[in-house]
Design a protein around this ligand. Structure first.
Ligand code: PLP
Length: 368
């Protein structure tokens, strides 16, 4: 290994190329490339079983799944959401002509704080869109209580949450819909890809119509749908990736444990606790830098690491509410979002992926 090989925050897991060839041969032979083909159907079955969810619909990517999910439940008006996420969460609202209302996060895991939601509800509020940030479960029971009290839908952006179980079942079984991403940077990838998890057959039918232009039969269109279907190559890769997933998840777990051990006593660096009653997926390894105690700011450390070819990422900085298209919203004021602002200013996500070598981990922890 070259001494100074760049280490990125993640590196996609891939199966061996030779194992993918027979799938491609099959696609070439049956000439079905998309539109709910055989690999698509098989992946939906296998994923539902693997995750332990009743219904799953595959998508070309997670963002289109988010866009479609809002149409599925006919969400309008205002939606309460978190500023501490990837921009796609809020963009999906904007594309649906919905006004995002930012509410602050809780300091424990950086997830939308249910206790701050009620104050932001107006007569126009129709839903809550929280994110299980870094794969750590939101306070799902409390979230549902509030949604039930006010008659709101809950759509979870579960893009980080593949394979996470909470209280012995998939975290995707909470809320009305959960959206997964299978992007190259996620723990389970189909190069690009995504899914919606729902709880009943009627909803799955509506999702599947909407992701295929609204077609509900050869000559019948039930709504102005979109084209957000997953293709057969993505689905075939997914089937193969699923076989490798348990082993990759185990490798991530070991890396996370090593980081935890090595960084436990570094003054000025704090870690998130391991979530209770949860089988985590170790999708990310965020650390938080207290400038005074550490003796260096987060950005100084970030640059220092880069100079040594270690490319952590500041997920999630800047907050979504800081981007120009959202900044003028009343709920985007930093004074409304003190905890999110603090976390965004202190966070660095360290490299974590199955093939991360132990020498690289040593280098990173030594630098820190
Ligand atoms: C990755 C991600 C998305 C977008 O998913 P794509 O598959 O890249 O479109 C949405 N929300 C969050 C929180 C993400 O991390």
């Amino acid at each position: 290994m070259p001494e100074n090989k760049p280490i990125y925050v993640t590196q996609p897991a891939l199966p061996e190329l030779k194992d993918f060839i027979p799938y491609l041969e099959q696609i070439w032979e049956n000439k079905i490339l998309t539109n709910n083909g055989p690999f698509h159907q098989q992946l939906e079955k296998e994923l539902a079983a693997f995750l332990g969810v009743p219904y799953i619909s595959l998508f070309a990517n997670g963002t289109l799944a988010l866009l479609t999910a809002l149409q599925v439940l006919r969400i309008t008006g205002e939606v309460i959401t978190t500023p501490y996420s990837f921009v796609a969460t809020t963009h999906s609202l904007w594309w649906n002509n919905i006004k995002p209302v930012f509410v602050d996060i809780e300091p424990e895991y950086g997830n939308l704080d249910p206790e701050k939601i009620e104050a932001a509800i107006t007569p126009k509020t129709t839903a809550i869109m929280p994110v299980h940030v870094y794969g750590n479960p939101c306070k799902v029971e409390r979230m549902q209580e509030i949604a039930d009290t006010y008659g709101l839908k809950v759509i979870y952006d579960a893009a980080h949450t593949f394979g996470v179980n909470y209280n012995g079942q998939s975290i995707c079984n909470y809320g009305d819909l959960s959206i997964l991403s299978f992007h190259a940077t996620k723990v389970f990838n189909t190069m690009e890809g995504g899914a919606i998890v729902c709880h009943d057959a009627a909803t799955k039918k509506r999702i599947d119509y909407l992701k295929n232009f609204g077609f509900a039969g050869e000559t019948k269109v039930m709504a102005p749908g979109i084209n957000s279907k997953m293709n057969e190559m993505q689905a075939a890769l997914g089937l193969l990736q699923l076989k490798g997933y348990p082993q990759n998840a185990e490798k991530r777990k070991v890396i996370a444990e090593t980081y935890r051990k090595e960084l436990a006593n570094v003054k000025g660096i704090s870690l998130l606790d391991e979530p209770e009653n949860t089988d985590a997926n170790h999708a990310y390894f965020p650390i938080f830098i207290d400038e005074k105690e550490y003796g260096m700011s987060r950005d100084e450390l970030y640059e220092k690491l880069r100079q040594s070819n270690v490319f952590g990422r500041r997920y999630f900085y800047p907050l979504i509410s800081e981007f120009s298209m959202y900044k003028s919203l009343d709920s985007a004021r930093p004074a409304n979002l003190p905890i999110a602002s603090k976390m965004a200013n202190e966070v660095i996500c360290l490299p974590i992926y199955p093939e991360l070598e132990s020498d690289s981990i040593k280098k990173i922890t030594a630098l820190l």
